[in-house]
Ligand binder design. Structure first.
Ligand code: ATP
Ligand code: MG
Length: 455
């Protein structure tokens, strides 16, 4: 009863002047697409089976199907269904509704979380004055759901029961021919959501697909539309791009397409300095390696590397003006992060991580007395040491310092004592300052220095 009522309330009426429906979908057999059902995780299979048994349509959809056909391991599994979120909730014990803009259900199955979304349409979505979609949480049928997706290779529906792929837009053929093709008219689709330009670069690079010329041509002139995208969304997409396992090639492709301006506002400058370029290249290669080995990547570390040479230049300029070492570093960090935050919102938590890694760099010079021991106790010491090693490898500073710290960190008590370097500098009178709140970073820090950057 309730479910019937809900279905009636939430089901969208077809618009009077619906665009011509695409021809029926192709149903592609396993012999052609090559994905057997055992490639689908047990959780995702269970969700599809249970919804289908209750009379609904339910398919694995999107990136997972695309990646499996391309021979890659999917990051996660999403399911699309004609059941409303409320109906989905009724069928799973461990499930919760998330999202205000799009109501999606997260179903927990063992250690897996499967994202279940109801078929949506976007024909009559609300847009802003640039044509950007503001709201498209309108339920629709499967064909409409396929049409609102971005690329043909992302609009594939896999049925674990029959091992078939429902393909409305020739996505399987495009994937096999290594083409990334936009569904619908590319200019309109980029206007609706400029993030699709970044997705085009990321997915093309990650999957080794060539962006179809119709989808590629308008990017250069439409790139500035990215300025209208909320900074937090831009940050999420940049993070995806930087952690996709192919970051360096993605950034190069972004530059080739003219998309890099304003994304990482400082990256342009950095890549023009030989040392900066070398450092960023090494950092991204390290990130790619970690992603491919299935290790975690810390966004704080990543952004700390991308912005480091800007901080360094700013810090050095301040020291040249006789500003004190540590306060000058704090000022430089704030200036760089604030500048960055105008375009790309770095969350407070990540900004705090970035600062900590940077601040510890200034303390690696102190190799006498108790200070090296205090350094080892810092929560982010290992990350800071990895960072120091990258600096050495890029030629920014001598290898000796990085080697000393690695050895000191791994040595036992007696060996550590023997490594300490005698403090030859005349003792300065130390002026104690209050520790900044929230972080054991440096007692000499300026009081405002630990404030998180703009959000
Ligand atoms: P990955 O998970 O590898 O980042 P993905 O394609 O799965 O790639 P998600 O963000 O998980 O990306 O999106 C899931 C699906 O939702 C996509 O495959 C696509 O069908 C659709 N989608 C995502 N973002 C957009 C968008 N900006 N415009 C249209 N459809 C989108
Ligand atoms: Mg995905």
């Amino acid at each position: 009863m309730i479910t019937k009522l809900l279905r009636k309330v939430f089901r969208r009426e077809k618009p009077a002047a619906a665009p011509a429906a695409p021809p029926g979908p192709a149903v592609i057999a396993v012999e052609q697409h090559g994905v057997a059902r055992d490639k689908i995780t047990p959780g995702a299979r269970h969700v599809c089976e249970k919804l289908q048994a209750a009379g609904f349509k339910a398919y694995v959809v999107g990136g997972a199907v695309r990646d499996l056909i391309a021979g890659l391991t999917p990051k996660d599994f999403d399911v699309a269904t004609d059941a409303t979120p409320e109906e989905v909730l009724l069928h799973f014990r461990r499930a919760r509704m998330i999202g205000r803009r799009f109501r999606i259900v997260h179903v927990m199955q063992g250690r897996e979380t499967i994202e279940v979304s109801t078929f949506r349409a976007s024909n009559d979505a609300e847009t802003d004055e640039h044509g950007r979609i503001l709201r498209d949480n309108v339920f629709g049928n499967q064909a409409e759901d396929a049409s609102r997706r971005d690329f043909t290779v992302n609009a594939l529906y896999y049925d674990p029961g029959t091992e078939t792929v429902i393909d409305y837009h020739h996505g399987v053929a495009d994937l096999q021919q290594k083409t990334l093709r936009m569904i619908g008219e590319p200019r309109r689709r980029y206007r609706e959501d400029p993030i699709r330009m970044l997705r085009a670069v990321r997915l093309g690079t990650k999957l080794g697909l060539t962006l179809d010329s119709d989808a590629r041509a308008p990017i250069r002139e439409m790139a500035q539309l990215l300025e209208n995208v909320p900074a937090a969304r831009l940050f999420d997409e940049m993070l995806k791009l930087l952690t996709c396992g192919d970051a360096w090639r993605c950034l190069r492709h972004l530059r080739e397409e003219g998309l890099h301006h304003g994304l990482l506002p400082l990256l342009d400058v950095i890549l023009e300095q030989p040392l900066g370029e070398r450092f960023v290249t090494l950092a991204l290669a390290r990130t790619d390696r970690r992603v491919r080995e299935g290790k975690t990547v810390s966004p704080g570390f990543l952004f700390a590397t991308l912005l480091w040479h800007e901080v360094l230049a700013n810090w050095e300029a301040r020291r040249a003006r006789d500003e004190a070492n540590i306060p000058a570093l704090f000022e430089a960090m704030s200036e760089v992060l604030d500048q960055q935050a105008e375009k790309l919102a770095i969350s407070k938590r990540i900004a705090a991580d970035i600062r900590e890694i940077w601040v510890l760099q200034a303390r690696f010079d102190m190799r006498s007395g108790k200070r090296p021991y205090r350094m080892l106790e810092q929560a982010r010491f290992r990350a800071a040491l990895d960072f120091l090693e990258l600096r050495a490898e890029s030629g920014e500073l001598g290898q000796e310092l990085a080697d000393w710290w690695r050895e000191f960190a791994d040595a036992d008590g007696a060996a550590r004592e023997a490594m300490l370097i005698a403090d030859s500098a005349p003792k300065k009178r130390r002026r104690r300052r209050r520790k900044p709140a929230g972080g054991d970073v440096d007692a000499t820090a300026a009081p405002e220095a630990d404030q998180p950057s703009a959000d």
